[in-house]
Design a binder for this molecule. Structure first.
Ligand code: C2E
Ligand code: MG
Ligand code: MG
Length: 455
């Protein structure tokens, strides 16, 4: 009796492969990784060599997945996996660890330097954009590394330390691999703490808006008012956005935060209107929010439901967000501007030198990054950037707002240049809703305000 068992064997092989591999990328999965780690750690112990663990994560993967859809997200994961494969030696183990995370094990290395060299090779390999249809998606990776035996002698510990290093790499966003050392910030727990803080602030209505006026230098009138988010913490006082915006952006919390913040601003705006002040308000919008297909619709719904009108709003978007995610943001920008919302480029001049996007977008305002005016220290300061940027802005018929004006010298300098709108501590620090209402009530427009800070 003989029986052909080829099919059975093949089926068994497939089952074994599926058990040990990630089917999307073909890379080993956690099961196989765990086995391989033990083998490589034993080998490193015997040979007294080092083993490096590289923990690799795709920055803002969620943003791509949410805005382009899962099919594109999957293609991007395959693209990254292929690039990673092209950077490894035969003896290395590359695995998909889950979601957008990969682990690379580098046996027989001599120093942390070797791990950094491989990480640089990986960053170079992924510097080309991922092209899908007509879209070009620029990606970057965060990479954290730990070393056996320097940082631990078991897998759990080494993985934990590589994770801490990864969080630090992400926080510095400098595209460099971070190798673990004892002085690294323990971002993991800190991040969770801040996420919880934001979540609670939204729920308990402790997310509030502070307001800072933008002054028209020609007339002395208030041109607009920027709303800036703060969290009121019972034990820590006011928490500034620098502490929580980026962390909220990494999770979908930023969308809830944005919605809750818009609620607060609309409530305040209704009060100002009732008091007879029709000044427009500008809001900072994160890339993650703008990449949501539903953003423009939910924003406009909120505005209309409060009896307000879109022309009373300006949305500030930072320059790098516009360029990096142009495809994703464009649709929302067009829908919003069609209905009268103004769009401002925030922190202009800080990130990118390319100006090509300026005449491709329906922009209304350029907000010059405050670093430029801070260089003006005395009446004699020579500064060619501000007049040049003012010219660009005038040529494109955009409003030009200079941020960060702190003193009389800087104010006078701008007046001399013919710059139109200024914002900064010289006119008023960001203040609470009640204070800004007082400010609006008592503000006397004078073309050239003299004297000390108003707040
Ligand atoms: P931004 O939009 O560029 O806001 C201006 C920042 O500069 C504010 O910091 C403001 O307090 C500060 N500032 C204003 N005048 C002066 C000055 O004369 N000198 C100096 N040194 N600083 C000045 P803040 O409120 O801490 O906000 C920081 C950043 O956080 C904002 O920068 C914005 O990018 C972001 N942000 C604030 N609120 C929100 C929000 O609701 N959503 C989002 N996505 N981002 C927000
Ligand atoms: Mg802003
Ligand atoms: Mg700014």
């Amino acid at each position: 009796m003989a029986r052909d068992i080829t099919d059975k064997k093949r089926a068994e092989e497939i089952i074994r492969f599926q058990h040990n591999h990630d089917l999307l990328t073909g890379l080993p999965n956690r099961n196989l990784l765990n086995e391989q780690v033990m083998i490589l750690l034993n080998h490193a112990r015997r040979s007294e060599e080092k083993l490096a663990i590289l923990y690799i994560d795709i920055d803002r993967f969620k943003l791509v997945n949410d805005s382009y859809g899962q099919i594109v997200g999957d293609k991007l994961l395959q693209f990254v996996a292929d690039k990673l494969k092209s950077c490894v030696r035969e003896a290395d183990v590359l695995a998909r660890f889950g979601g957008d995370e990969f682990i690379l094990l580098l046996p027989d290395i001599h120093s942390a330097q070797d791990a950094s060299t491989v990480a640089r090779k990986i960053s170079a390999a992924t510097s080309q954009p991922f092209v899908y249809g007509k879209s070009e998606i620029h990606i970057s990776l965060s990479i954290g590394a730990s070393l056996y035996p320097d940082h631990g002698n078991n897998w759990q510990l080494l993985l934990k330390k590589a994770d801490t290093a990864l969080c630090n790499s992400r926080a510095t966003a400098n595209n460099e691999c971070c190798v673990y050392h004892d002085n690294l910030t323990n971002y993991n727990s800190n991040k969770i703490y801040i996420e919880n803080l934001v979540r609670a602030a939204i729920k308990e209505q402790r997310l509030i808006a502070f307001y800072q006026p933008q002054v028209d230098l020609e007339t002395g009138e208030i041109h607009a008012i920027e709303a800036l988010a703060r969290i009121e913490s019972p034990d820590q006082g006011l928490i500034l956005p620098g502490t929580f915006i980026e962390i909220a952006e990494e999770s979908s919390l930023i969308c809830d935060l944005g919605e809750a913040f818009l609620d607060r601003v609309c409530e305040d705006l209704i009060k100002w209107r009732a008091a007879g002040h029709n000044v427009p308000v500008s809001l900072n919008i994160s890339a993650v929010q703008l990449a949501m297909a539903s953003f423009s619709e939910s924003f406009l719904n909120k505005v209309y439901s409060c009896g307000l009108s879109p022309e009373q709003f300006e949305l500030e978007i930072t320059e790098n967000v516009i360029i990096k995610n142009l495809e994703m943001t464009l649709d929302n920008i067009i829908k919003l501007t069609k209905l009268g919302v103004n769009i401002a480029v925030d922190d202009f001049g800080k990130g990118y030198s390319s100006l090509s996007y300026l005449d491709q977008l329906p922009l209304k305002t350029l907000k010059l990054d405050m670093s430029f005016i801070h260089k003006v220290q005395s009446a004699e300061t020579e500064n060619s950037i501000i007049p040049a940027m003012l010219n660009v802005s005038n040529g494109l018929k955009l409003n030009f707002v200079v941020e960060g004006v702190e003193n009389r010298v800087q104010h006078d300098y701008l007046l001399e240049q013919g710059a139109c709108i200024a914002q900064g501590f010289y006119y008023s620090k960001p203040v609470s809703a009640t204070h800004i209402l007082d400010f609006l009530r008592t503000h006397q427009p004078v073309a050239a305000p003299v004297g000390e800070q108003l707040d």
